[in-house]
Design a protein. Structure first.
Length: 387
């Protein structure tokens, strides 16, 4: 074990002396995440302010003497014009002159208040969504006003027919619920990405890089066994990856604070689950980096081989972030996706002990199998010295 620790110390000293490793592992996360979330926060705030002040531009197609059409055209909350032809109004909508087009048709067979109203708008744009929502509010107010007028004409007090119930919404999420949701969606993705980014460069450097420099032969001719060499390099890659992850987590929290969020409600138990589930996952990824670096001829080739793994992590992470895939229960044995989903559930406080067992057990077994494969590769001269 002493020999393994000596090799570990030697590799870590090499990592500390490498400016690229220090830059990517320490400085980049501390600067990138606060800057990213700060820019996101300012952009979101500016967009929300613009949408809050939005006065929808709309065209109303219908009979000019209709009371609903007259009310909409004269409403100060919108900039409305009357048009007789729907196609002309839709053409102006497509050209961006208008945000909303209303087509109003009176349906006398439905009674005095019979209407068929169709709204056209581009819900794919934030401005279009806000304009449609604001127009629906205005339209609802006019419908209510028409109903009240009709009731007054019939000699009925509108207040007497108001619904005799109240609706109250209570947020049971508590303080920091929004931030916990944001962390649950983003933290696992960024952490596992930090693990791989921290392990990729350094892992390729101390495996394929040593092949290129010719120092691998000197190391193999030492008194260290192949297993000890693999364990020393594995622990070094794991240490760098975990350091990168820790700094990235700090940067992520600082970024959320810069975004204006609070981290209240992130309990120590949630942090414990994150660390517990992340460690075997980091071990598995570190072993993968060792395997690829040992198999590759050059450091550049090793980095190229690791790109597909990076793409898989990005795909799985984004799927979990947007809620497209949410493994739970026995499904948490799925490599990579299972532990990430378990971390999400741990942050939100709904993770069960059985789910911890599924996610943790699968990750430990996978890490052990990959580490054994790395040792086997290091024992193969044909693979280790292939040119």
């Amino acid at each position: 074990m002493r020999s393994v620790l000596l090799l570990l110390r030697k590799e870590l000293l090499q990592a500390v002396r490498d400016r690229r490793t220090v830059l990517l592992t320490v400085l980049f996360p501390l600067v990138f995440y606060p800057l990213l979330f700060g820019l996101m926060g300012s952009m979101v705030e500016r967009e929300q302010a613009q949408l809050a002040e939005l006065v929808p531009r709309l065209a109303v197609a219908g009979e000019s003497d209709d009371p609903l059409v007259r009310g909409l055209v004269g409403d100060p909350r919108v900039v409305a014009v009357h048009m007789t032809e729907r196609d002309h109004a839709l053409d102006r909508l497509h050209k961006g002159v208008l945000e909303v087009v209303l087509v109003v048709r009176s349906r006398e067979e439905r009674g005095v208040l019979g209407y068929d109203v169709t709204l056209y708008g581009d819900a794919g744009e934030p401005t279009g969504q806000a304009a449609l929502a604001r127009t629906r509010e205005v339209l609802q107010d006019h419908f209510q006003e028409l109903v009240w007028r009709r009731l007054e004409d019939l000699g009925v007090d509108p207040l007497e027919v108001e619904p005799p119930f109240t609706l109250r919404v209570v947020d049971t999420g508590g303080e920091g619920a929004v931030t916990r949701m944001l962390l649950a969606r983003m933290l696992p993705y960024f952490l596992v990405l930090s693990i791989l980014s921290g392990a990729m460069g350094f892992g390729a450097e101390i495996t394929a890089g040593e092949k290129e420099r010719g120092t691998i032969s000197t190391l193999l001719s030492s008194r260290l066994s192949r297993t000890q060499i693999v364990l020393g390099k594995f622990l070094a890659v794991l240490a760098v990856a975990l350091a990168s992850t820790l700094v990235s987590a700090v940067g992520l929290f600082l970024g959320i604070r810069a975004f204006g969020g609070e981290v209240a409600g992130f309990s120590p138990m949630a942090a414990l689950w994150v660390l517990l589930l992340l460690l075997p996952l980091a071990m598995a990824l570190a072993a993968v980096v060792l395997i690829v670096g040992s198999f590759a001829r050059t450091q550049k080739e090793a980095s190229a081989y690791l790109v597909p793994l990076l793409m898989i992590i990005v795909l799985v992470g984004i799927s979990l972030m947007i809620g497209a895939a949410e493994p739970r229960g026995v499904q948490l044995v799925i490599p990579l996706a299972g532990p990430l989903a378990a971390i999400q559930r741990g942050i939100t406080g709904v993770l069960t002990y059985a789910e911890v067992g599924w996610a943790l057990g699968s990750s430990v077994l996978l890490a052990g199998a990959l580490l054994a494969a790395a040792v086997r590769i290091f024992r193969s001269e044909r693979v280790l010295f292939r040119m």
